[in-house]
Ligand binder design. Structure first.
Ligand code: HDE
Length: 709
């Protein structure tokens, strides 16, 4: 790209009507002007612009002139840059990719996307948090949205899911209340992006159907390490329809190729300060480095007979179907291989609508899903300003479209020709016609019954699956659930709300109720009045635990390597090689961003200065220091935090003997355990990297956490 320096006093920089003595404004020596392969700046109307530094005014010190159309157009457009953020899921991050079918579902659905094995369908995915504003932080304790738009050959299919398979409420009419309760209180507009406050727990404690979801949200599922390491769920029961319009019920699952991983709460809190964009940066880095995130699409298929005999109602979105009862059949994979070109155009403007289903996929009567089918279309008009939001490239189908919808704000396409109505007698020139064979047909469900506002009795057990979730966790995960509820309720000011929550927990799990009551310094309250007695213990399900579904390698995870000048070059090389062999990534953290000089004289650049690269940003850390370097680190608070946090978060720590000086000053010298691995040889380095596959050394938590005692 050619750049032409522009000197101050050049013609384009001076005020009209002056001799050229006036100051030119921005630019100076580095100011670039058009020419070569640098495009000419124009107005939105295409008129070339000569001066983008100065408004048109009467004399260099005089008033601005209304006539300055370039200025007015520029400021006017800027004034209108913002659109309303999403009322929920405001903070999100998207990427492009494709879905590839690996197992045909022709036997149960005519949906075009599920017919031909090996065929790829373009897709766009947006991950999100729910409660926080657009500018909030990534590691809020929250549900994550997992919304997928498939551009199928028979229309867009939007599978607008979450990373949790159940929801807080059973009926869409309660959604505004639930969202109001979790969002900042209307009088003070805080707290932001969190559920640890009176309003949320007040609502929850008065809405026992939310307790299953509450268990998930209080588990580490709500603080995922990466979008890449979390599951996704369609939540509701949908229908597949075959060529003869016969129905099979289906629930959708996304399973991450890299398996599950979360962070711990204290780490989440610190990540939010160190890098509020932690998740979006992680996704961006993975895709741009060619390590494409991948999920398998699985389906749970079942018929009316199963629905009849299942202990819960398959229309109840607060219940899941355990994988042990209906196995998840893997039918394809989703690969994200392209970041967006422009965040606003794609991620912000993408408009997911649950009612976007192609022929072969249909809804069930789940009352939440039925309500969503109204809400999403409605919200897009508000957000994007026109019913023509489907004309925006990210929302437009990639298959042929033809219809008689026309006009409206920002119409990019209108019907061609004279006829814009149907039926007409213009023959082929009269435009598109319906196709009873190819076209979408709803399942011909037979519905009868009185018009009522009634919750079915079959939705009334609010605790059994909550309990099943809790007893399916490993001990450390159960502890984290207890810690999280205690933490959240400790932020609740009104004691009666705390007690009311615990009164429900007594139906979920007595141990959990006691732990939380104890943590709050609360006398164990009487159990809440249950709408329906709890079903006898359901069996635990391994699929519900994160730890039991963790990875068996460190691939896709990140080492933080704290280096100093004079650090052992051979050990550093061994660590880099081992990390690369593991398909892991690493970042070098050093006292100065300019990097360090290793023991063999080689210069290595750093990615983070020590106080900008705390250990919470990494999955495991190593300290490779010279004696002088270690002494320097020992005297630095950020370096001490680096190791104490890694230790407190149960991470694996590799270190060279010199690092003992740092551990001593950090107060860790007597506590080093089996997950603190001394690296004196290349073999030690390999052992360290191999140990990291376990991700965390949970045995340590009881030593670093008072609550665990
Ligand atoms: Fe949403 N939800 N939702 N939701 N939802 C929205 O649509 C709504 C629900 C989910 O990345 C909104 O475009 C109602 C369940 C995701 O753009 C809005 C109800 C699940 C996203 C809306 C629910 C979700 C949204 C806000 C109860 C998991 C982000 C902006 C009946 C299965 C999509 C927008 C994106 C967004 C309404 C419940 C997932 C207002 C009324 C259950 C992932 O239309």
């Amino acid at each position: 790209m050619s750049t032409k320096a522009k000197k101050s006093g050049d013609k384009a920089g001076t005020a009209p009507g002056t001799s050229g003595e006036a100051h030119p404004g921005a630019g100076g020596e580095t100011h670039q002007v058009a020419g070569g392969d640098v495009a000419t700046l124009t107005t939105a109307q295409g008129a070339p612009v000569a001066d983008d530094q100065n408004t048109l005014r009467y004399g260099p010190r005089g008033p601005a002139l209304m006539e300055d159309f370039h200025f007015r157009e520029k400021i006017f457009h800027f004034d209108h840059e913002r659109i309303p953020e999403r009322v929920v899921h405001a903070r999100g991050y998207g990427a492009h990719g494709y879905f590839e079918l690996t197992d045909s579902l022709q036997d149960v659905t005519r949906a075009d996307i599920f017919q031909r094995v090996g065929e790829r369908t373009p897709a766009f995915v947006r991950f999100s948090t729910v409660a926080g504003a657009k500018g909030s932080f990534d590691l809020a304790r929250d549900v994550r949205g997992f919304a997928v738009k498939f551009y199928t050959q028979e229309g867009n299919w939007d599978l607008v899911g979450n990373n949790i398979p159940v929801f807080f409420i059973q009926d869409a009419i309660k959604f505004p209340d639930m969202v109001h309760a979790v969002k900042p209180a209307p009088d003070r507009d805080f707290p932001q992006a969190q559920s640890a406050h009176d309003n949320f727990w007040d609502f929850v404690s008065l809405t026992p159907e939310s307790f299953h979801m509450i268990m998930w949200v209080m588990s580490d599922r709500a603080i995922p390490r990466s979008f890449r390491f979390m599951e996704g769920f369609g939540v509701h029961t949908f229908r597949f329809l075959d060529a003869r319009n016969r129905s099979t019920f289906v629930k959708f699952h996304w399973k991450p190729k890299m398996r599950l991983q979360s962070v711990v709460w204290n780490e989440a809190v610190k990540i939010n300060g160190a890098d509020p964009d932690f998740h979006r940066r992680d996704l961006w880095d993975a895709i741009t480095s060619g390590d494409f995130p991948e999920w398998e699409l699985g389906v749970q298929l079942f018929d009316d007979a199963f629905a009849e005999k299942f202990a819960f109602d398959v229309l109840d979105p607060t219940k899941l179907i355990p994988e042990e009862e209906i196995p998840v059949r893997i039918v394809g994979r989703l690969v994200l291989d392209r970041v967006v070109d422009n965040f606003f155009a794609e991620t912000e403007q993408v408009a997911f609508c649950t009612q976007n289903v192609p022929p072969g996929i249909d809804f069930s009567n789940d009352p939440l899903l039925q309500g969503r089918n109204f809400s999403y279309l409605d919200t897009q008009v508000k957000r994007l300003g026109s019913p023509n939001f489907t004309h925006i490239p990210i929302n437009a189908p990639k298959c042929p479209m033809a219809h008689f919808q026309q006009d409206g704000h920002m119409a990019m396409r209108n019907p061609i020709g004279r006829a814009n109505y149907e039926p007409n007698s213009w023959g082929a020139a009269g435009g598109p016609r319906e196709d009873p064979i190819r076209g979408f047909r709803s399942f011909a469900a037979e519905e009868t019954g009185p018009k009522v506002r009634l919750r079915p009795e079959s939705f009334a057990d609010h605790y059994s699956q909550a309990r099943q979730f809790v007893i399916s966790q490993t001990p450390i995960e159960r502890k984290h659930i207890g810690d999280a509820i205690t933490f959240e309720l400790s932020k609740v000011e009104r004691p009666e709300i705390r007690a009311r929550v615990v009164s429900h927990l007594r139906h979920v799990d007595e141990d959990l109720a006691r732990t939380v009551a104890n943590g709050l310094g609360l006398k164990l309250p009487e159990p809440a009045k249950a709408a329906r007695p709890v079903i006898a213990d359901l069996p635990p399900s391994d699929a519900l635990s994160i730890v039991r579904n963790g990875p068996d390698s460190f691939a896709g995870r990140k080492f933080g390597i704290l280096l100093t000048d004079g650090a052992d070059a051979a050990l550093f090389d061994a660590l880099v090689t081992a990390a690369e062999t593991e398909n892991a990534v690493y970042a070098i953290v050093a006292p100065k961003i300019g990097g360090v000089t290793l023991s063999d004289g080689r210069a290595v650049a750093a990615q983070q200065k020590i106080d900008g690269g705390p250990s919470v940003l990494f999955d495991a850390v190593a300290v490779i220091a010279s004696p002088d370097g270690a002494a320097l680190l020992a005297g630095d608070a950020a370096a001490r935090d680096f190791v104490t946090d890694a230790f407190a978060h149960c991470k694996f720590i590799g270190y060279t003997p010199e690092a003992n000086a740092l551990f001593a000053r950090a107060g860790l010298a007597d506590d080093l355990d089996d997950a603190c691995i001394l690296m004196e040889t290349a073999d030690d380095v390999e052992d360290f990297v191999a140990s990291c596959r376990a991700l965390r050394f949970w045995d340590r938590e009881s030593k670093v956490d008072l609550d665990a005692g």
